[in-house]
Design a binder for this molecule. Structure first.
Ligand code: ATP
Length: 583
């Protein structure tokens, strides 16, 4: 193994270092500070050629020990390659300095390159640890310096637009700005989750501004009468949410000119309706992809929270009060949910309840790619978006009662949309049959996308990005797909397979291997296995040990829970420092 010695000042003492081609050992320097130039020495597997002859030397050697750990790590990245020592190392002698390696002889190892690439991929994997740091410490900071500041008194409140469990929303305009149009802003007084909503909106504005309503500012105001209130300001995007538009009998034709700018040159019918629904779905998935790519899961996707932006002619997402930022663990409490049961995915939680609540921000950030891959929390929103797709295709499901009834039926079919179709299609109303026909257009490509979104297991649902690449969104239709697009479709189908089943099949196969012909262990083999199994003895010592272990686990759990609680109160504070207070 090649060892590359680090340069640096070594304490008083002597080290006999023998570069392996050195004709003579170097003379020890006693009582002197010795600066060792970066140089390479050879050590053999069992005998390093570093000799220690007295206690002072031992100290020097120990001080070098810590360098060796650093070196070992560094050697993974920078070393001399593989080959015979002299062919891959530049060997030299301290006395004959001309034989020493040139300082520019830096070679990157293959392992090093792979590790560096792995680290970079990890840092950039969803939800993005590296961009997260940049966002929080550079962009958020810069934004604070330049953003305008407002107070509640700067606004004139207009019509009330909505009142939910967590706040009241008004149309508003700025008092002092004569150029501002009346009611060109929306103001929300948030009674709960206001701080979270401000954080999420600011993050979205920096990372994917087109996904959500245009956020202007959020601040905290404290008064002796009302206590603390969070206020949020957006630009007024438009009069209609997708829910309002879907309630009209004209849907989806009432949306056609709004999103396409013109009436399509097609007769009224399934194909034309499909085109409009396709466009709405594309815009919704695009907005979701923007959120998910930056680590935000909305958790309350429903037509009421999708607004049509009249200026940009696209659908945008609103109401980030229930959203969770998985990059830093804000609002991510695995066991807590504030869901609308009509649109919630069957898992109810975005993270497995086995996942502990988010640790402190730096740890949460470092672990976020792992937690994201383990739980795929974005698939929660995909399920809700799938239900919106279903509502657009089937008018009967647009009412609350229709949707609730559908949810019950689907639950009875174990959330299997194909089974649901089989159960309802034979006795379906004309309305329902029309919905199936719409989804069956172009070889059933719409139905395929829908079934890849509405599935029981989150892991089997498509992501927003993959859904956007689905051929359903190809204008020319399934028959006109190129070879590459067909390959992509096959890949899409393959990624949604239930690999849990495949794993079980492999395990079964392994269990059968070595057995007589058609599976199962023989009696003799089972007997052998039984004998291999250690026998459990219930001795008093074992019982005492088990009780001690149980007690230890209980103590650890109690400690963890208390730490969680403490952390929770601290965590709810650290990021609200970013939210402006009353001036
Ligand atoms: N940027 C915006 N532009 C236009 N209208 C908006 C905007 N933001 C919100 N609204 C309107 O205000 C209504 C309520 O907004 P929002 O859903 O954010 O409030 P909420 O208090 O969380 O309501 P709920 O609890 O019912 O979801 C929306 O349904 C929409 O009509």
């Amino acid at each position: 193994m090649a060892v590359v010695a680090a340069g640096g000042v070594v304490g008083i003492g002597v080290t006999k270092l023998y570069p392996h081609t050195s004709p003579k050992p170097t003379t020890p320097f006693l009582g002197k500070k010795l600066r060792i130039k970066p140089t390479t020495f050879k050590s053999q597997p069992s005998t390093t050629r570093i000799t220690i002859s007295n206690p002072i030397q031992f100290l020097v050697f120990a001080s070098q020990g810590e360098h060796l750990v650093v070196d070992a790590v560094r050697d993974l990245f920078v070393a001399v390659g593989v080959g015979l020592p002299c062919t891959v190392m530049e060997c030299g002698d301290m006395i004959y300095r001309s034989t020493l390696p040139k300082s520019s002889g830096l070679t990157i190892t293959t392992t090093g390159a792979f590790l560096a690439m792995g680290a970079l991929s990890y840092l950039w994997a969803t939800p993005g640890v590296a961009p997260g740091f940049f966002d929080m410490f550079v962009l958020a900071f810069a934004e604070r310096l330049f953003r305008p500041t407002f107070r509640k008194d700067d606004f004139v409140l207009g019509k009330k637009l909505g009142e939910g469990a967590f706040g009241v929303v008004y149309r508003a305009s700025l008092k002092k700005k004569p150029s501002s149009k009346e009611g060109d802003l929306v103001l929300k007084k948030a009674t709960e989750y206001g701080a979270v909503e401000i954080w999420m909106n600011e993050r979205v504005r920096r990372a994917c501004a087109n996904s959500c309503a245009d956020f202007v500012y959020g601040f905290l105001e404290t008064s002796s009468k009302k206590g603390t209130e969070y206020w949020l300001i957006w630009r007024f995007e438009g009069e209609n949410t997708l829910a309002d538009l879907m309630q009209s009998k004209e849907f989806p034709y009432n949306v056609e000119t709004m999103i396409l700018g013109e009436v399509q040159a097609l007769p009224k019918g399934l194909e034309r309706e499909d085109r409009i629904i396709q466009t709405i779905m594309r815009q919704l998935l695009f907005a979701l992809d923007g959120l998910h790519s930056t680590g935000i899961v909305h958790r309350d996707i429903k037509p009421q929270n999708v607004i049509f932006s009249e200026d940009s002619r696209i659908f945008k997402i609103i109401d980030l009060g229930a959203a969770a930022d998985l990059r830093v663990g804000i609002n991510y409490i695995p066991k807590e949910f504030l869901l609308d049961p009509r649109y919630a995915a069957p898992e109810q939680y975005i993270m497995s309840t086995q996942t502990p609540s988010a640790p402190s921000a730096p740890v949460a950030t470092a672990l976020s790619p792992v937690l994201w891959q383990m739980n795929l929390p974005d698939r929660f929103d995909i399920y809700s978006a799938g239900l919106i797709f279903l509502q657009m295709a089937f008018p009967a499901l647009r009412s609350d009662s229709g949707l609730i009834q559908f949810n019950r039926q689907l639950k009875r079919c174990d959330y299997d949309l194909v089974a649901w179709r089989k159960s309802v299609e034979p006795r379906a109303s004309a309305d329902l049959r029309r919905g199936f026909q719409l989804l069956d257009l172009d070889g059933g490509i719409g139905w395929e996308l829908l079934t890849s979104m509405v599935r029981y297991k989150a892991r089997q649902r498509t992501s927003a990005k993959a859904a956007l690449a689905h051929p359903y969104f190809d204008r020319e239709g399934l028959l006109a797909l190129s070879f590459m697009q067909k390959l992509r479709l096959q890949y899409f189908r393959a990624t949604l397979q239930d690999y849990g089943e495949a794993a079980k099949w492999v395990i079964r196969l392994m269990a059968k291997s070595g057995t007589k012909k058609d599976g199962g262990f023989t009696e003799a083999q089972l007997q052998e296995l039984k004998e291999i199994e250690p026998k459990k003895k219930a001795s008093p010592q074992r019982n005492a040990l088990a009780s001690a272990l149980r007690l230890q686990r209980k103590i650890i759990r109690t400690l963890n829970e208390s730490m969680d609680e403490l952390n929770q109160s601290r965590k709810s504070l650290w990021w609200s420092r970013w939210i402006p207070r009353e001036e």
